[in-house]
Structure formats: C-alpha cells, structure tokens
Design a protein around this ligand. Structure first.
Ligand code: SF4
Ligand code: SF4
Length: 310
C-alpha cells in the first residue's frame, strides 16, 4: 500500500493535490482513500491531506503515521512542530519539499536517513504558491511511478474543471513540467507493507454508560490562553496599512479580522498585531479605501532586519 501525506497552508491547494493524486491512482486501477485534515482556521493555517492507494481493499483508517512519501508545499512549515511534517518519517520515506533551496541544504539541515528531493519554487512565486498543488501532485505521481501521465492529466482536468479552462491549462503546464523534471527519480517511492492487525480476536462489546455533559465534558483548567498561540507564524503574506489612505473606519477592519488582530489606538487608527495576524487577507478585501497593501512575509522580514542593522 502507498501512503502519501501532503502538507501546506490553507489556500495553497494541498487538498486539491491529494484529490488529483487520489483520482489518478483510481484511474490507474487502485483502491484509494484521500482525505484532508484541517481545523476551523482559514488561509495560512497549516493543513495536511493524505492518500492511501492499494491494489486490494484498504482496511486501514485514520491519519497516516508512517508515510512512504511526504510532500511539503511550503518549506516554512518544516520547523513548526505542530504542523507535523516530520512525523513518522522512516529510513525509506521520501521527503519532497517545494522550496528555493537546494536538496543538499535540506539534507544537511534535517539529517534524515531517507531521500530528500526539492521542487524548485521561484522567489517571485514564494508568497502565494498559486499553482503548487498540481505540481506537487505530478511530482508525487512520478516519484511513485505507477501512474501514467494520461491518468494524471485526466485527474487534473477532472478536479480543476470547476475553476475554468485557463486554470486547468496553466496547472497542466506546470504539472507536466514537474512530471518531466522528476523522471530520473521515477519509482523512488517504495510501497509500504500492509499494517498487521493489532486486534487478534474480535473484541467484546463494551457498554458505555451515559454521562451528563457536566461530568463528561473536558475541564478547562486555565482560561484565556489563546493569546499564547502565535498564529503570526502562519503568515506568508503581510498586510501593511497605508495610513495616508486610511479613513479610520476601524469598525470595518478591526471588527472583521477573525483573529481580533487589529486593535484601535488612542488616535483612532488601526494597528495590526503581527504576533497574531495569520495573513488571511480578509482586512485587505474589506477595506473600503484599499488602504491595506500586501507584501510577502520574507520581504517584510528582510526589510526589518536591514533596518535593525547598526
Ligand atoms: S478598513 Fe481600511 S480605511 Fe478603514 S480603518 Fe481599516 S485600514 Fe483604515
Ligand atoms: S489583520 Fe488582516 S490578514 Fe491579519 S488576521 Fe486580521 S484580517 Fe487576517
């Protein structure tokens, strides 16, 4: 059975990548499971999706904890423990990272036993990664080596058709480029063994007594801890307010920010809390005067470090 996990941020198309790969596997005659996992957060939050594919019925369920292949669309997720990118990587697991850095840099950095490959991402595309999903799916399919380009092409068309012909054509172009680029590594991903059943005998029924919510609901021991979760780490694009164009209508941006990351200062001007702004860009969309601009987070950090130099 093949077990593949895709990691990315909300909005980067990893759920779509898993659907494309799952549909392509299915078109090639495999039994397939594909499922995304994400919370109530929006764009920018770490998410993952997984695909299982086998030539026999799949009885294994739940999140993949021992992947044969892990695909990472956004390299800033690798060092975030809660994103779970490194979870379960074994000595034969392949790690594919979409990044602007060379594979040798990642090998040196991560010291993994298994192969590490990179899908090159141009610096100007780093912020939005609009087409990375189809490229990741195509690279994964080629690394696995049991899916034909025709099946992958059909799956890409099927999954992206609701987005229109232009999107399909551009994704196919990029998918084909990734497919060709990974030809030298075709078949690198080795199919993992079926998991042995952990239950030898059918278990007896267990009667669970009904308990009222007052007893069975979880205890919350410490209140008001959400400010300790620095959702600003998720941001790939930074909103920047142009105060010359800002009309101080803070009931718009401050109220609609889902993370309450826009406060109002004593002069009535909006101030963004960058520790908790996750980069969803809702404020940019709702600002009536278009006073909020966007810049890639990497550029913003670089400018900050230049300013801080003595
Ligand atoms: S919505 Fe736009 S113009 Fe209004 S306060 Fe916010 S940034 Fe300023
Ligand atoms: S400040 Fe803007 S980009 Fe940041 S979380 Fe709030 S709405 Fe989203």
């Amino acid at each position: 059975m093949y077990r593949i996990r895709f990691h990315g941020r909300g909005g980067q198309g990893m759920k779509t990548a898993s659907r494309i790969l799952g549909t392509a596997f299915f078109g090639s005659g495999f039994e397939v499971q594909d499922a995304p996992l994400y919370g109530a957060e929006r764009r920018g939050a770490p998410i993952f999706a997984y695909v299982r594919a086998a030539r026999r019925p799949i009885h294994e369920r739940g999140v993949i904890d021992r992947p044969d292949l892990v695909v990472v669309a956004d390299d800033t997720l690798v060092p975030i423990p809660t994103a779970g990118v490194m979870a379960g990587l074994g000595e034969r697991s392949v790690l594919l990272v979409a990044t602007g850095e060379e594979p040798a840099v990642w090998r040196d950095r991560l010291q993994l036993q298994g192969p590490i490959l990179t899908l090159p991402i141009a610096a100007e595309e780093r912020a939005e990664l609009r087409f990375v999903g189809a490229s990741c799916a195509a690279a994964a399919a080629r690394l696995i080596g049991v899916i034909s380009w025709a099946d992958l092409e059909r799956a890409t068309q099927q999954e992206l058709a609701p987005l229109g012909e232009t999107v399909v054509v551009e994704n196919l172009r990029r998918g084909r480029a990734a497919w060709d680029a990974f030809a030298p590594h075709e078949g690198l991903v080795v199919e993992g063994a079926e998991a042995a059943s952990q239950v030898d005998e059918r278990p007896d029924w267990i009667e669970l007594p009904f308990e009222a919510a007052r007893i069975s609901a979880p205890d919350i021991h410490v209140a008001a801890t959400s400010t300790e979760v620095r959702t600003g780490l998720w941001r790939t694009i930074r909103p920047v307010i142009d105060y010359d164009r800002c009309h101080r209508c803070t009931w718009v941006c401050s109220t609609l920010c889902p993370d309450s990351a826009i406060a109002v200062d004593t002069e009535g001007a909006p101030r963004i809390d960058l520790d908790h702004c996750k980069g969803c860009m809702i404020c940019v969309a709702v600002c009536p005067t278009h006073a909020i601009e966007t810049i890639p987070e990497g550029e913003a950090k670089h400018a900050e470090s230049e300013e801080a130099r003595p």
